[in-house]
Design a protein. Structure first.
Length: 276
């Protein structure tokens, strides 16, 4: 076999141990380098498979009882603009997307590749969205919880239990709260990817309405570019009024109004006091 043919064989992943044993006897340096590279890739793939299977440990507790369990996660708690988005994902033992992991560990390109595959392989997927206005009204923590409940209710089938990333969902379903759950459960990891891609697409669409803020690059987070645009153009209707430095714009307005109010009320009150 030529070195090119050896490379093609090793790349096909159809090579047998017997073929490898024969190739290891080949004295050519190029062949030996290819075998070393192949062994390293196989070891890395095996480690990935083992880690993937380990992240089914919580799901298996329910699958063994014939129950459905949904992973729930959110994205968008910290941005200055845009909604908080949550996803609930039910998967079963046939789910085999090895690269599914905490969305923060994946590149934008990899998340986009996995998104349609998750939608295809999952038993059911639900999305929850709470706007900046709701966040300002009830605070980000409560908005997050309500969005999670919304995502669970949007599932086509009702799960018997929930695996939630460090939150408690206000819904009457048994649930397990997992710190850094997207790194411990494939269901939560899948939900984190779905929520992230969905929200990023929303922010891309908002960019068409408000192009000054660089939403495709910052997703509403307080980057230097975003903060500078805020200073220049002010906040939009999708900015969170209760989040600094966005809140500074409204504090200034409130302070100005209070000054006007003071100039009218305090002197009159003072005059009234003197008369008494």
């Amino acid at each position: 076999m030529t070195i090119k043919e050896v490379k093609e064989l090793l790349s096909s992943n159809d090579v047998t141990e017997a073929q490898l044993a024969e190739l290891e006897k080949d004295p050519r340096v190029g062949v030996q380098k290819l075998i070393v590279s192949y062994r390293k890739k196989q070891a890395k793939l095996l480690a990935k498979k083992e880690a993937f299977l380990e992240r089914f440990s919580y799901e298996k507790q329910f699958w063994q009882k014939g129950e459905l369990v949904a992973g729930v996660d959110e994205v968008g708690r910290g941005p200055l603009a845009g909604p908080v988005v949550t996803a609930a994902v039910i998967i079963d033992h046939n789910f085999d997307l090895l690269e599914v992991n905490d969305s923060k560990k994946l590149s934008p390109e990899k998340r986009l590749q996995l998104y349609p595959k998750i939608l295809s392989e999952a038993v059911s997927v639900g999305i929850g969205v709470k706007s900046a206005a709701v966040i300002d009204q009830i605070n980000i923590y409560e908005a997050d919880r309500q969005a999670m409940a919304q995502a669970v209710k949007a599932l086509d089938v009702k799960p018997d239990a929930l695996l939630v990333d460090a939150m408690n969902v206000p819904i009457d379903i048994p649930q397990i709260e997992l710190i850094k759950g997207d790194a411990k459960s494939n269901s939560i990891a899948a939900a984190s990817i779905v929520a992230k891609v969905f929200r990023d697409k929303l922010m891309d669409d908002y960019d068409k309405i408000y192009p000054q803020y660089g939403f495709p690059r910052n997703a509403g987070y307080g980057t230097k570019e975003h903060v500078e645009a805020l200073k220049k153009y002010g906040p939009t209707p999708i900015h969170r009024k209760t989040f600094a430095p966005v809140s500074d714009f409204f504090k200034k307005k409130l302070t100005f109004k209070n000054r006007e109010l003071s100039s009218l009320i305090i002197p009159n009150f003072y005059k009234y006091f003197i008369w008494i």
